[in-house]
Design a protein around this ligand. Structure first.
Ligand SMILES: C[S@@+](CC[C@H](N)C(=O)[O-])C[C@H]1O[C@@H](n2cnc3c(N)ncnc32)[C@H](O)[C@@H]1O
Length: 285
C-alpha cells in the first residue's frame, strides 16, 4: 500500500467513526481522489524538477564538449562524411537521466548535429527509456522517440547517420543486413563501436553467427577511429565512424557480395540486444 493510500484509509476510518458507523463511500472517494491528486501533483513537480536538473546537466555537458579538443578533432573527421545526411537515428543511448555516460553521448550527438549544420531531429530508441526520458527527449528537447523495437532493422532510403554508442553488435549486424543492397548500404553512416575491434576480437567461426554482416562490411566500409582524447575515458572509447567506400568495386556486379538471403538470428543465450519478445514478456509478466 502506498503512503497516500495509507493516509486515505486512515481518513476513511475517522469518517466512519465520527459519523457513528455510517459508511460514506462518496466521502471516502473524495478524500481518496483528493489525496491522489496531491500525489499526482507531487509526482509532476518532482518530474519537472528532475527535468530542469537534467537540462542544466545536459547544457553543461554540451559546453564541456564544445570547448574540447576531442570534439574539434571529431568534427574534422565527421563533417565531410556527414554532408547530405537527412536523418539521425540514435539507438542504445541508455538512461541519460541517471547516467553521465549516456548524457554526454546525448550532448555529443546534439553538438555534432549543430556544428555540422544538420537540420534533422534526432530519432531515439532504447527499450530501457523511462517515461521521464521519453518526455524529456520529446517535449523538453524537441527530439523524436521511436515507438517500435526494430532490433536495429531500420531500412533507409536516404543518407542517415546512425549513432549507436556502445550498442550491442547484433543491432549493428541487423542494421547492415536490412540495408544490404547496392542502393541502400551507401546511405548508412555509422558512428558506433569499431568494426575492426569486433572482428579482431573473435574468431570468424563465431562472428559468422553473431556478426556475419559486420564481418563482411569490413571490406565495404571505410573506418575512421575517433581518437578517445576526451577527459572522461569511458564515454567515447572504441568509437569509429564507418561509411560505405567501396568505390573500386562496381556496385551490383557481384551477386555474392550482395547476397543477404540469410536474416540474422541469434540463440537465446547469446542474445546481446533486448528483443521484441523479451519486452512483450516483461509487459505481460
Ligand atoms: C552497453 S549499453 C550502452 C549504454 C550507453 N550508450 C553507454 O555507452 O553506456 C547498450 C544499450 O543498448 C540498448 N539496447 C538493447 N537492445 C536494444 C534495442 N533492441 N534497440 C535499441 N537499443 C537497445 C540497451 O538498453 C542499452 O542501453
Amino acid at each position: 500500500m502506498s503512503e497516500v493510500d495509507a493516509v486515505a484509509n486512515e481518513l476513511d476510518f475517522k469518517l466512519v467513526v465520527t459519523r457513528k458507523g455510517k459508511h460514506r463511500p462518496r466521502q471516502r472517494n473524495k478524500a481518496h481522489t483528493f489525496l491522489h491528486q496531491l500525489e499526482d501533483k507531487e509526482r509532476v513537480d518532482r518530474t519537472e524538477f528532475c527535468q530542469k536538473a537534467v537540462l542544466t546537466q545536459l547544457q553543461q555537458a554540451e559546453a564541456d564538449l564544445l570547448q574540447s579538443e576531442f570534439l574539434r578533432e571529431c568534427l574534422e573527421k565527421l563533417e565531410p562524411v556527414l554532408v547530405g545526411v537527412q536523418d539521425i537515428i540514435c539507438l542504445g543511448l541508455g538512461n541519460f537521466l541517471d547516467c553521465t555516460i549516456a548524457r554526454y553521448q546525448l550532448a555529443f550527438i546534439r553538438c555534432v548535429r549543430n556544428k555540422a549544420n544538420l537540420t534533422a531531429k534526432g530519432q531515439f530508441f532504447d527499450p530501457v527509456f523511462t517515461p521521464s526520458e521519453v518526455d524529456t527527449l520529446q517535449h523538453a528537447l524537441g527530439e523524436t522517440v521511436l515507438q517500435e523495437n526494430l532490433e536495429g532493422k531500420y531500412s533507409v532510403e536516404r543518407k542517415t547517420l546512425f549513432f549507436l554508442p556502445h550498442c550491442p553488435k547484433q543491432i549493428v549486424n541487423n542494421l547492415l543486413w536490412k540495408n544490404w543492397c547496392p542502393h541502400r548500404l551507401p546511405n548508412v553512416v555509422l558512428l558506433c563501436n569499431s568494426f575492426s575491434t569486433v572482428v579482431n576480437n573473435a574468431p570468424d567461426r563465431l562472428l559468422r553467427i553473431n556478426a556475419g554482416y559486420i564481418l563482411r562490411a569490413v571490406d565495404l566500409f571505410q573506418e575512421v577511429p575517433l581518437r578517445n582524447s576526451f577527459r572522461f575515458g569511458d564515454i567515447f572509447n572504441d568509437t569509429s565512424l564507418h561509411y560505405f567506400a567501396n568505390n573500386d568495386r562496381p556496385a551490383g556486379d557481384n551477386a555474392a557480395v550482395w547476397d543477404c538471403a540469410v536474416e540474422p538470428s541469434y540463440a537465446e543465450d547469446d542474445l546481446e540486444l533486448i528483443s521484441k519478445e523479451k519486452v512483450a514478456k516483461l509487459a505481460f509478466a
